[in-house]
Write a protein that binds this ligand. Structure first.
Ligand code: GTP
Ligand code: SPV
Ligand code: MN
Length: 590
């Protein structure tokens, strides 16, 4: 074997090297690999991952730079029941989080980590969340024994040398430790220590459980830091709408997991809107801070997309298809005999000889899904043909609108606008959504998911909602707040709205509202567009269909209000009074 020097250069930061030494002494790996983020190192790690059987090289003529991974079948999604917020007092984590005392959790997890990396390599991954040089950007360091995690972090964050440069001699970095251990659900913990800016994740190798920069730092710890420091960490996409005249409007949107953020962030306007363009700033996470001009500025802390594969095709999301055509890692999709990938909702019919996500021969008659419903692609955002130049702007973009939306078969109309900021916060706080495959749990059941942050808020949800109300004080020109639902169904279980690219018509009304160019009718629930307010060019959608999609059904809203009671009771002791008043007002209007 040829000798190499990859991974051998330790950084000069003494705090960092001392902490890494502490974890090394505990986990007892055979070697420590300092990741520098170089291209040569990437090639070396990919070859290593293939040699270990962690990755399979896909057909390089069809999918250059692309690799394939199957996770342990017991480890295919985030696990909320194994996710803990470890704050000194229980009520700092609040009623919507699992809590454990920090000291007990450290002791338990350090015991599990003892000798856990024997015979393995311990990788040290310094990374940035945010563009280099942004006042919002944070440094994290993830220690992991998974080469798959290293290669995913390479795509999802700006990592290696660039992060060490930003860190310099500082001791201000997130300390993340991850070990797959034996990947057993009984020994799976994702523990956050917000006061220490630290994370320990064991027993999983999948997605949000282990790519510690993403949900763990950028949302759970980030939301805590944001409240301390006067900013917000949100589960939101960020996009730019550019008019034919070059006017740019920035919009953020919070939809729960697997409810359409990536698709909306990459939307291509219908052919009937020549000259209109959507560019992507982010597809999952937004860090937002009031600017000196009184506007709310947002950055995307990530550098790649960890996106849902099923349903992605040339028609629903052409930009995603281009993005994942190279330099992408596919996880838990199906494998074609010629080294390609397939999933439910792919453009091509399933070829003969397909292997499913578990590696078993698959036929359409099997009645099983070939790709796991939460199968994913990890792709660099630089591949996105619609990437906004602003995605790398340290200043971020000023938001004109924030959109909340869940997956609701009933009740929620296609679109409405809040009366004001407090009403908008109420809409976000009471958002409901049917559960999806992105998290282990009962799929299809409606649950309250405030701001799409229920699984991601790193402190007391009542305090979080207060923070939302408080941010308004620093804004003289706040984003307008809207609510959408792409998923309303008719009696025969069919979607009432075609969604995807056609969502542009809704988005256009939103931005026209923020610029005072579109009219709306006042209803009990908010401001709503009339049929005539939308531009229907190139779309065959009757007034009656639109009305069905926009209907406010008294009986449905009664049930909605009753089911909100549960959330309000859960949060009672810290729930802002303003939100209780909003609910009272809605009841009296209805
Ligand atoms: P996370 O990465 O889990 O946070 O998900 P996400 O919010 O980015 O969701 P994504 O865009 O990946 O979409 C998830 C699923 O919803 C996919 O199967 C899409 O095909 C489907 N979907 C997205 N947009 C629409 C839409 O406008 N209408 C309908 N009917 N389905 C949609
Ligand atoms: C989500 O579940 O919202 C995701 C996927 O974006 S994961 O990174 O696994 O959390
Ligand atoms: Mn997400």
């Amino acid at each position: 074997m040829a000798t190499h020097t990859f991974g051998t250069v330790a950084p000069a930061n003494a705090t960092l090297t001392a902490w890494v030494e502490k974890i090394r002494a505990l986990a007892a790996p055979d070697r420590v690999f300092w990741v520098d983020g170089s291209v040569g190192e990437k090639e070396f790690l990919l070859a290593e991952a293939v040699a270990q059987g962690v990755l399979t090289k896909l057909n390089q003529d069809k999918l250059p730079g692309c690799y394939y991974h199957r996770s342990n079948p017991n480890d295919v999604a985030r696990v909320e029941q194994c996710t803990f917020i470890c704050t000194p007092a229980k009520d700092q984590a609040g009623p919507t989080n699992n809590w454990a005392a920090p000291r007990e959790m450290y002791e338990k997890l350090y015991a599990m980590l003892k000798g856990a990396m024997a015979g393995r390599t311990m990788y040290v991954v310094p990374y940035l969340m945010g563009p280099p040089g942004s006042p919002l950007t944070k440094v994290g360091v993830e220690i992991t024994d998974s080469i798959y995690v290293v290669l995913n972090m390479r795509i999802m964050s700006r990592m290696g040398k660039i992060a060490l440069e930003q860190l310099g001699a500082s001791d201000d970095f997130n300390r993340g430790v991850h070990s797959v251990l034996d990947c057993h659900p009984d020994r799976r913990f994702i523990a956050h220590f917000p006061q220490d800016n630290a994370i320990i994740s064991v027993g999983s190798g999948y997605g949000g459980n282990v790519l510690l920069g993403k949900k763990c730092l950028a949302l759970r710890v980030g939301s805590y830091l944001g409240r301390e420091q006067g900013w917000m960490a949100e589960h939101m996409l960020i996009l730019c709408v550019e008019s034919p005249a070059g006017e740019k409007t920035y919009v953020a949107a919070a939809f729960p997991s697997s409810c359409g953020k990536t698709n909306f962030a990459m939307l291509i306007p219908p052919a009937a809107f020549p000259g209109w363009k959507i560019t992507t700033i982010g597809d999952d996470i937004a860090w937002m801070k009031p600017g000196a001009d009184g506007k709310l500025y947002a950055i995307n802390p990530e550098a790649g997309y960890f996106g849902v594969a099923p349903g992605t095709n040339r028609k629903s999301n052409p930009n995603a298809m281009d993005t994942i055509a190279r330099d992408t890692i596919y996880t838990n999709v199906a494998l074609t005999p010629d080294g390609g990938v397939w999933w439910e909702g792919h453009d091509d019919p399933p070829p003969a000889g397909l292997l499913d996500w578990k590696g078993q021969p698959w036929t359409p008659e099997s009645g099983e899904k070939a790709a796991h419903p939460n199968s994913r692609f990890t792709a660099p955002m630089q591949n996105n043909p619609a990437l906004a130049a602003e995605a790398n702007d340290p200043q971020g973009v000023p938001l004109s609108a924030i959109i909340f939306g869940g997956r609701r078969a009933t009740t929620m109309p296609l679109i409405f606008q809040s009366f004001n900021w407090i009403h908008g916060v109420y809409l976000g706080a009471t958002m409901g959504s049917e559960m999806t495959a992105a998290a282990a749990g009962t799929i299809g059941q409606v649950r309250r998911d405030p701001m799409a942050m229920l699984p991601f808020c790193g402190y007391n949800m009542g305090d979080y909602l207060n923070h939302w109300l408080g941010i308004r004080r620093d804004l003289t020109d706040p984003p307008r707040i809207f609510h959408v639902n792409w998923f309303r169904k008719d009696a025969s279980d069919k979607f009432l709205w075609p969604g995807f690219g056609e969502n542009f018509r809704v988005l256009k009304w939103v931005i026209d509202r923020t610029r005072g160019r579109a009219r709306a009718s006042e209803t009990q629930i908010g401001w709503m567009p009339r049929y005539s307010e939308f531009d229907w060019t190139g779309m065959d959608y009757a007034r009656e269909q639109f009305q069905q999609c926009m209907r406010i059904d008294a009986a449905e809203w009664q049930r909605e209000l009753i089911s909100q009671t549960e959330l309000f009771l859960t949060l009672h002791d810290r729930l802002p009074k303003e939100l209780i008043f909003q609910r009272e007002l809605l009841i009296s209007r209805l």
